[in-house]
Structures are given as C-alpha cells and as structure tokens.
Design a protein around this ligand. Sequence first.
Ligand SMILES: Nc1ncnc2c1ncn2[C@@H]1O[C@H](COP(=O)(O)OP(=O)(O)OP(=O)(O)O)[C@@H](O)[C@H]1O
Ligand SMILES: [K+]
Ligand SMILES: [Mg+2]
Length: 676
Amino acid sequence: MSSQRKKMITRSMYLHALKDSLIKLNPMTMMKNPVMFVVEVGTFVVLMMTIFSGYFGTEDSVGFNFVVFLVLFITILFANFAEALAEGRGKAQANSLKKSKKEIIANKVNGNGIKVVPSTELRKGDIVIVSQGEMIPGDGEVIEGLASVDESAITGESAPVIKEAGGDFSSVTGGTRVVSDRIKVRIMSDPGESFIDRMISLVEGAKRQQTPNEIALNTLLTTLTLIFLIVVVTLAPIAKYIGIELEIPVLISLLVCLIPTTIGGLLSAIGIAGMDRVTQFNVLAMSGKAVEASGDINTMILDKTGTITFGNRMASELVPVGNHSVQTVGEWAAISSLKDDTPEGRSVLELMKKEGFTYHAEVADGGEFIEFKAETRMSGIDLSDGRLVRKGAVDAVKTWVTAHGGEVPTDLDMKSNVIASAGGTPLAVAIGNEIVGLIYLKDTVKPGMRERFGQLRQMGIKTIMCTGDNPLTAATIAREAGVDDFIAESKPEDKIAVIRREQAEGKLVAMTGDGTNDAPALAQADVGLAMNSGTVSAKEAANMIDLDSDPSKIIEVVAIGKQLLMTRGALTTFSIANDIAKYFAIIPAMFMLAIPELHALNIMSLGSPKSAILSALIFNAIIIPILIPLAMKGVSYKPMSANKLLSRNLLVYGLGGIIAPFIGIKLIDLVVHLWI
Ligand SMILES: Nc1ncnc2c1ncn2[C@@H]1O[C@H](COP(=O)(O)OP(=O)(O)OP(=O)(O)O)[C@@H](O)[C@H]1O
Ligand SMILES: [K+]
Ligand SMILES: [Mg+2]
C-alpha cells in the first residue's frame, strides 16, 4: 500500500473547503440539491424581512429574525463545507498527478531510424524505444523486450515491476520510468486520453455523476421536502382561521427543521468519500456506480492463473509418453516455443538451458509460427517440410492429433493426471499426428486465499474460479484455495456465459482479470476489476483498476462498497428520525408563541417559545458538521448477514436519531434561553 495516497486531511484542505463552501452558495449550483436549495430560498426571505422590516411590518422581531437568518445561512455553509471537504482530497491528489505529468521526450521509430519528438506528438499506433533511465512517453504495450519499470508516479509503490512483451504483463503507463533494460512500446492512447489524464479527471471528480441509488434517494428527499412545504404553507391560513398569527420566519424555521437537511447536506459527501476510500486503497473506480455495485455483489468470478495462484507458470519438467525419449519431448517442446512470447513459452526455453538440453533450432527455419490463443489453447509452428508441431492444453492437443489421423498414447492421461492433481498445468507436445510427451508447468496458490474466500462467504458472496486449465488442475487449485465452485477449460466466451447466467438470476457479478481474453467478461460484469499490470484492453473494459495488481483486493472493494451503502442508509434513517423529533420540539413552541396559555404543550420545558425554535434550528445546523467525520469515514463494517446489519443499524441510527434531538435541543436551549 502506498503511503503517498494515505494523506489525511491537511489544514490547507480545510481552508480550500471553506472557500469552496462560499462559492457553492451560487443558486445555480444549489439547485442540484433541492433540499438545501429550499433552505437557501428560506434564508433569503428571512434576510429580506430583516433588512426591510419596515416594509414587511416585522420591526418587532428584527433581532430574532436576524438570528434565524444567521443560523439558516450557517446551515447551508455546513452542508457545502461537507461536500467541499470530501472533494478536497481528490483535488489535492489531482494536483500532484498534474505535476508529475511533464513533457517527456520520446524516441519514435521512424522507418529505419529514430526520431526524437515530444510525447505530445505521439499518436495511437506509434512505436517508441525506451531505454534505462528514460520515462515512458505514453500508455502502450511492450512489443519487444523486457524491462523493470518504476511505476511509483501512479501506484505510489517504489519497487519496480517487470514489463515484458506478450502475455498479461505487457502494458506500460506514460509517466513511469524504465529502471533497467530497454523495451519497444506500441503507443495505445492519443494525447489527453492517457491513463494519468483519466486518473486526474477521476480523482478531481470532474466526471462525477449521481449514481442511480443517489438519484432515487434524492427523489425521495425532494418529495419529502415538497410535502413539508405544502404542510407548512397551508398551516399559516389554518392557524389564522383559528386566530393564531404565525410569522413567516417562524414558519421557515419549522420548514427547515422538518425537511431532511441532515442527509440532504451530507449525501454527496458520502458518495465522494466512498469513491475516495477506494482510491486511497490504490484502486481507481471509473464511476461511483461501480463502487456501489460492489457493495451489492452476490457472485465473484476469478481467474486462476495470476489471481488465485502466483501466475508465473514455469516449465519445470519434461515427461515423455509412449516410447519417446525425454530428448524428443525437449526437441519439439523447444521448437514449438521458439517464437512463443508468453511467459509459459519462454519458460520452456529457459528449462532447456537450465537442464542443458540441446535442440535443432534450424529445423524451424522458414516455418510459420502459430501464436498461442486462448480459443485454441495451443501454440506451435508449421515447419517448412510440411510437418506441424503443437503444444497446448492436453484435451486440445488430443483433439488436434485425432483430427490429423493420429492416436492418443495410452499413458498420456495417467501422466497428465499426475501433474494436474498436483495443481500443475500439463501441456501436451505433438509432432505430426503423434503426441511425444508433456511439459509440466508449475504454479502455486497464493497464501491466505482460503481465509479471504471464507470472509467472502460470510458476506454472502459466492466465488467461482474460471480457468482455461483442465478440470483436474482446476479442481486441485479450487480445493486448495477454497473457492465455492469452479469452471475448467473455459474459453473467453464461457466466462461471459457464466456471468450472464448469474445476472439472469438477478445477481450482481464481480470479476477480476488481467488478460485480453478477460476483457469481454470484465465489460459484462457489474464490477470489473482489472489489474494495472494487465493488458490495455482489459483495463479499458473494466470499471475499476487495481494499481497494485492484487486481484484479491476485490474483497476490500466489496467491503468499501457495502460500507458506502450502509453509511448512506444509516444517515438517512438518522436524518428522518431526527426531523420527527424536532417536530415535537418546535410545533408546541409555535402555538405557545401565539397563545401563551398553551404552556402545557411545553413537554420539553424549554426556556421560551422563541428559544425553543432557535434551539431546534441550531441543533438542525450543527448536526451536519458533527456527522461529517462519519460521512467521510463511513460507518464501521464487519462481515455479517444483511438482516443482522439492518436491524443493528435501525436500532443505532433510528432510535439514536429520535433521542438525540431531545437531548441536543434541551442542552442548546439552556444556553440560548440566557439571551432570549
Ligand atoms: N504458451 C502456451 N502455449 C500453449 N498452450 C498454452 C500456453 N499457455 C497456456 N496454454 C494452455 O492454454 C490453457 C488456457 O490458457 P489461458 O492462459 O488462456 O488460461 P485462462 O483462461 O487465462 O485461465 P487461467 O488464467 O485461470 O489459467 C492453459 O491452461 C494451458 O493449458
Ligand atoms: K431538517
Ligand atoms: Mg489468464
């Protein structure tokens, strides 16, 4: 975890927030928040009645009205301050990102030569060469070579990461630095659309839109506000009819106390802070909707290699089948891997070197290389003499050999099962229509997986491992890691099919992935978390990117999402419960103001009707800043069932919301009454 991102709120953030809360007073801005807009209109009316008291005939209450105006005005400022403070951290982070986004000099491949150009001139498709010590001039994919890259500018993590051509670790980000070796990079983004650009606009909240949940809640709050507006407006003529004269500032005070100002003032801060918590966790969420969706996830799809296992599947042994020799397996395993740029392919050649195996690389001269594809699950070469060499998933190679008129060696299944039941991946090697042996690809389950999946189960989330690997390997790894279910031999379209199937049952699905073959599924999932180390297409398809490339982090993202939804629910409950309680404080006071004989109504034995009204109004205002820390930090969350959570929250925030105003208003009244 980066320390850079964990910065707390600084003093300058408070000052900025203070300034922003004044700027946000602009009625055009306020209108987006109907509850607080009503308060602003009310504040303006009271101000007018204070200044032009002669015109309104309110000379007698100028002092009281002025105080009402002040409290109302401060209420709006508090709400604006909450939002501005929540936005502050993102803004500060955006500024530091902007600073790191300097002009970079690029070595662009131009025909046979190299042309030095500024990074701003690079376009999608350009090829650049980046050597040790140089900054990578734009987002792209390594197409040649291997280098270690310092990505601290974006991840805050100083340990360099390896980037290499082919496979799932090929994407690089503009603004990061090559610390060793040299790579050829194909640029994948046009100026202004880079990852850092996207990051800036994200943390700045420039693209922040209300989520469907927020819109629904806002509609509810607006409806409540309208209802209370009608109630209060009709109250005046009714009261007048029975001979009670209610002053407009008193009616406005009543209205502001009744409408849900607490949640209205904190709603957007809760949303922004939720997204911010995800960012502090080094996960970039493309939308607030994605964060909320993660709070409601029912099913989680994970791939095996690199997510549940470490993913550096290395060839570790050659196993001959039939009457073939290890030498023959090595020969064809090597030749089929000469141009296989995947980590698996390269590891075959490394094994040859390590074990001192020799092979005839010249056999491959003039041949046509067949790249590894997730669809075929094979790679290899068509030799110039017409012979075909393949290596790949055992079942895929079996089918291929049979289709070419060959037979499957009798000891193949037994030997591949031995590898698979140890959790390894067997690759079959074939020349012509004959299978000569197996390559044993070793991989290990990451530590702590079992506990993490256990936590998910407690949250009520089902985990499904989807892998292109064979059923036996899949079963072994699934058992070791403790996932609920697994699907083996899955092609990219199978991953989508699983997601769609779950979604059709009304479930929300999360998926983590890093490969190009994961991209369609990442796009289909409700929450798609791509690894920053992954391919560009995976990152583009996903709605979240983990800068630390730790797929198991989806668990924390889910917790943050749940916390966001819970915080919003808790504060809404609290706000509405509060308003009900305030009703009992202010209504008796209003009538006592008009008919002093009604002092029996003074159940809270408040000092005077006016001090009662003011105390309720003051309580209504200060509850907003009191709750800002909770809105920003979120209510505490422990994995437990949804029902248990709901009843606990109703008790704490519902009951608490009813009791708090009685105590708060009484205490404030003790002070206010001294002056009034
Ligand atoms: N370079 C390669 N050449 C030939 N076959 C390969 C190569 N790499 C992988 N395979 C085979 O193809 C299968 C699918 O590989 P792939 O990396 O697409 O799996 P996946 O769908 O990403 O699943 P996971 O990452 O969970 O294992 C592997 O299980 C392996 O049998
Ligand atoms: K209120
Ligand atoms: Mg994979």
